[in-house]
Write a protein that binds this ligand. Structure first.
Ligand code: G3P
Length: 218
């Protein structure tokens, strides 16, 4: 299972890259806007920190514009994955860019039917947004399960399921249980994955007992 981090914050990316847990990064226009920095500059910096796929999203809404923007973003570094929205134009752009050998992440996927289209368009990744489905009273993880089941019927689909809009550690655990290839996790939630009160309590007790022995290992 691959872990991507869902942020454009360079400090968070640098710190989390050191954990050795990070296989890629996803950004979107909202995350880039939060940094207040130039888009291409931020993407270039992220690509230099994390060697895995770095998603950079186009903002044109017509296929030709998306393809042109996609080519420009892909030229930043060899590990850029172009993010396109799940629209008819987005899927045309996906096909053109992936035929040219560029990784493409089809984003804003909210149904299994859309995920089938993304796979047929040659997407490298499809990003179903689980949190936003949960927000409207749907079951985001059920969609992940449906897409994984459908993709398993068609070995010719090379598209990986990238679970996005993750809101809590249970989304990560459920994604792993279902067998999704990738989950993109906001930094705060990634840090939460490490935590358990019994780990802290147990470590404090071990260290207190060790202290009493008066020994050191080194
Ligand atoms: O990057 C796409 C996705 O992860 C956005 O998440 O929390 O804005 O729904 P969220």
């Amino acid at each position: 299972m691959k872990f991507f981090i869902d942020t454009a914050d360079i400090d968070d990316i640098s710190a989390l890259a050191e954990t050795g847990m990070i296989d890629g990064v996803t950004t979107n226009p909202s995350l880039v806007a939060k940094t207040g920095r130039a888009f291409t500059e931020v993407i270039a910096e992220i690509c230099a920190i994390v060697p895995g796929p770095i998603s950079a999203e186009v903002t044109a809404t017509e296929a030709e514009g998306m393809i042109e923007e996609g080519r420009k973003l892909a030229a930043i570094a060899g590990n850029v994955a172009i993010k396109v929205p799940l629209t008819p134009d987005g899927l045309r752009a996906c096909k053109a860019l992936s035929d040219a050998g560029t990784m493409v992440n089809v984003t804003l996927c909210f149904s299994a039917a859309q995920a089938i289209l993304a796979a047929k368009a040659g997407a490298t990744f499809v990003s179903p947004f689980v949190g936003r489905l949960d927000d409207i009273g749907s079951d985001g993880m059920e969609l992940i399960s449906d897409i994984c089941e459908i993709y398993a019927n068609y070995p010719e689909f090379g598209t990986e399921v990238l679970v996005a809009s993750v809101r809590h550690p249970m989304h990560v655990i459920e994604a792993a249980r279902i067998g999704a290839e990738v989950v993109t996790i906001p930094p705060k939630i990634l840090r939460q994955l490490y935590n358990h009160p019994l780990t802290d309590k147990g470590l404090a007790a071990f260290l207190a007992d060790w202290e009493k022995t008066g020994q050191t290992i080194l």
